[in-house]
Design a protein around this ligand. Structure first.
Ligand code: G3P
Ligand code: CA
Length: 315
């Protein structure tokens, strides 16, 4: 009997019923990742607590997140940490504590002064305050390691790590994809004995990184993020990624402008998880709940990334 069906038996289903439920789940678009409309807490409950801190992750779980997102970076001494930006200055007091460690970097096509996370050891990063920039009441929050994030979330929600700015690491001989695979192994989150209560979905904007994950047989679903529709304006372009990734994470406007994108992906058994839904900017909708509802139940996307997990519309 498949492991997923055995899990259903353990949850109280009879064996025939469990197999039936499994067949229904398997026939749903995007079955590889989701069995229902799914809430991904973007950087944790980041509307209410400083992004990528343990307190933001804990609040996301409290607010009902199915998955909690981490953006991953790599320290100078080779540790995976949770940080959205490639550099530390927006969300920590690195500028104050390490004024002399600034350098000029070209990040995502823009050249600027930056305190690149990859130039700092974990011990140095752990001295930084990652909460005060958001609100003084969060003073003293730290940048978590990926392992610390997993420890807080495991068993309560899935994790949805993004391999952030992989191009930086490609130029520095850091094997980012292999490091993520090793972290999942160390934490028992992939392979035949993976923890079923802590599903994992990886995501990246980096097309070479997505291909690398497929090449190393990462064994968990991978979502390719799309900042624009360029290169993804036809059903054939979407189909070309079948077997490489298991879903797409488009900027939400891509789906709004072209609802067929969802049909194209579903026709190939791939999921659609648009980003980012924020109460502070619901666009032309009356509020963010109405906005997410339109995407989930009218346009048919499978899941959403939101800063406001408490506003997610469950039917
Ligand atoms: O990962 C989905 C979404 O988070 C992509 O945007 O910039 O918030 O990582 P960003
Ligand atoms: Ca992200």
């Amino acid at each position: 009997m498949p492991r997923r069906a055995l899990t259903l038996v353990a949850s109280g289903f009879s064996r025939p019923m469990a197999l039936g439920v499994l067949i229904v789940l398997m026939s749903m678009p995007g079955e590889a990742q989701y069995s229902k409309k799914t809430l991904v807490a973007h950087r944790g409950a980041s509307a209410y607590a400083p992004e990528h801190t343990l307190v933001a992750y804990q609040l996301a779980i409290k607010q009902g997140a199915d998955f909690v997102e981490q953006d991953l970076a790599v320290t100078k001494d080779g540790v995976l940490i949770c940080l959205h930006d490639a550099s530390l200055e927006r969300t920590t007091n690195v500028e104050e504590l390490f004024p002399g460690r600034v350098s000029t970097q070209t990040i995502e096509g823009k050249t600027r002064k930056a305190w690149l996370a990859n130039d700092f050891t974990l011990a140095e990063i752990k001295t930084l305050d990652a909460g005060s920039w958001f609100d003084q009441k969060f003073a003293g929050e730290r940048v978590p390691t990926f392992d610390e994030a997993i420890a807080v979330i495991r068993g309560k929600a899935g994790i949805f790590p993004e391999l952030k700015t992989p191009e930086i690491y490609a130029g520095r001989d850091v094997k980012f994809e292999e490091m993520v695979a090793a972290a999942l192994d160390k934490n028992g989150l992939r392979g035949p004995k993976a923890d079923v209560k802590t599903p994992v979905i990886l995501q990246t904007f980096g097309q070479p990184s997505a291909r690398k994950l497929a090449q190393i047989k990462i064994g968990v679903p991978v979502v390719l993020l799309l900042g624009s529709a360029e290169g993804f304006a036809t059903a054939d372009a979407v189909k070309a990624w079948k077997g490489v990734v298991q879903g797409f994470g488009p900027a939400k406007q891509i789906v709004l402008k072209n609802p067929d994108f969802v049909k194209w992906a579903h026709a190939e058994g791939m999921t659609v998880t648009p980003y980012t839904f924020r109460a502070s900017d619901p666009g032309t909708f009356k509020d963010v709940t109405a906005e997410m509802s339109h995407y989930l139940y009218t346009l048919g996307v499978d899941a959403v990334f939101t800063d406001n997990p408490d506003k997610f519309p469950r039917k």
